[in-house]
Design a protein around this ligand. Structure first.
Ligand SMILES: *Cc1c(COP(=O)(O)O)cnc(C)c1O
Length: 420
């Protein structure tokens, strides 16, 4: 049966997937991070179909989920990878991505990292003028790297301030208002052949995304008019929000691409290579986490095996980072029963380690489970070592198989992490 990507996986589907994981020998894990690799393939195909173009390159943002087994599936499905650090570049290589399909986007690149990136022939988006000068000093005519400049379109700040990066005053990219300096840089450096824009992650709307692209496309028109070297690459970044609740709009790649086609039809003309860098919108609903309920204290407060270590943003800014929670019984079936206002607490030793307060859930008992939806992006990648608990096993659902993408940390792994 084809995988429906126009809605989140239903609770019954998630519970069924969890039963498969348990049946495959993982029933005794305190917590598991599950990744639906078949769904990932379907989500990637959906992006490719929405932005269909002769030369489009769709990359996946590694920082959303750096598990090499996940990246490998993306690469095998035809995606490139977007790296926020030189270390992520090496994760991309390990996943089998060819250098010309890796986009190196770190906002703070050292000279040595730039030299390595140029030597390998990565795609590079320069973040600022100083970086362009560093590249100019290292660049040779034989270099295969495609190089773009990140532009800040200077929109209004997006709804989630901490992940807004395309507003006036943001430190990311060269502000659009530095127009004459941008024109001068492109006139001087023939290796600059692309433009890059990325305005945020979650908390942005399709009109805001389109506005950012349209402003930078207008800049491209002006640059093309004054410069003989073609500007044949346009990287529109990521930032398409994921749907974390049933009553939130589902912003599909198809809807985003249609809005772009209407506002910036030339983007799809075929004389520029379109590059995308989606992370969250592709990966979030490809993953879920299940923790055993270890203890139930008066309240009731259910003590779980994941908390602020796995859900840093959720714990500190719960109003911005929502997750849905499902109560699952010992048998792996959704629990029924009258809702009780339940607090879900993490295992770390501080009062704030709470995933949800007074959440209406069927009464939980030790040995039951809590399933947390939409954890495929910015969850494991943001793991915090505070209290030094083992990172849970990361598993993949791949056809009929349940694969281990990363085994649960051993005690020795954790001791070694701290230099022991
Ligand atoms: C984080 C990031 C992305 C991915 O953002 P999503 O919200 O996950 O789509 C893409 N490009 C750049 C430059 C980023 O910093």
């Amino acid at each position: 049966m084809p995988i429906a990507v126009d809605a989140r996986p239903a609770p019954e589907q998630l519970a069924e997937a969890f039963r498969r994981v348990r049946a495959a020998g993982h029933a005794d894990e305190p917590a598991v991070l599950v990744h639906d690799l078949d769904r990932l393939r379907a989500k990637l195909a959906d992006v490719a179909a929405a932005f269909a173009g002769p030369r489009a390159l769709h990359t996946v943002a590694i920082k959303a989920n750096p598990l090499v087994g996940v990246l490998r599936v993306a690469v095998a499905a035809g995606a490139g990878l977007e790296a926020a650090s030189i270390e992520e570049v090496h994760l991309a290589l390990r996943a089998g991505c060819s250098p010309d399909r890796i986009v190196f986007d770190s906002p703070v690149k050292t000279e040595a990292e730039l030299a390595e990136a140029l030597r390998m022939g990565l795609r590079i988006n320069a973040d600022n003028f100083a970086e362009i000068e560093r590249i100019a000093a290292l660049h040779t005519p034989a270099c295969a790297s495609r190089i773009g400049l990140r532009i800040n379109p200077e929109l209004a700040e997006a709804a989630i301030a901490l992940t807004s990066v395309g507003h006036r005053g943001s430190r990311f990219g060269v502000p659009l208002s530095q127009h004459s300096a941008i024109v001068e840089a492109f006139a001087r450096h023939r290796f600059l052949t692309g433009l890059h824009v990325h305005i945020g992650s979650q908390g942005v709307t399709i009109p805001e995304l389109v506005d950012g692209v349209a402003r930078v496309w207008q800049l491209r028109r002006e640059l093309v008019a004054v410069r003989p070297v073609p500007l044949d690459m346009f990287d529109l970044g990521g930032g398409l929000p994921a749907q974390y609740r049933d009553d939130a709009p589902r912003l599909t790649p198809t809807a985003y691409a249609a809005a772009l086609r209407a506002a910036v039809p030339d983007l799809f003309r075929g004389d520029v290579q379109l590059v995308t860098e989606f992370g969250r919108s592709i990966l979030a609903d490809c993953g879920f986490v299940v923790s055993r309920v270890e203890v139930v204290k008066p309240g009731p407060v259910a003590g779980l095996h994941v908390g602020a270590d796995l859900f840093v943003r959720r714990v500190y800014r719960p109003h911005e980072w929502h997750h849905d929670f499902l109560a699952i019984g010992r048998d792996g079936l959704p629990l029924a029963g009258d809702p009780v206002a339940t607090t879900l607490a993490g295992p770390l030793c501080f009062g704030g380690d709470v995933l949800a307060r007074d959440l209406p859930l069927p009464a939980l008992a030790p040995g039951d489970h809590v399933l947390i939806r939409d954890t495929g992006a910015y969850t494991l990648s943001m793991w915090s070592r505070y209290c030094s608990r083992a990172i849970p096993a990361a598993l993949g659902l791949d056809g009929d198989a349940v694969t281990v993408l990363r085994p649960r940390d051993t005690i020795a792994d954790v001791v070694a992490f701290w230099g022991g």
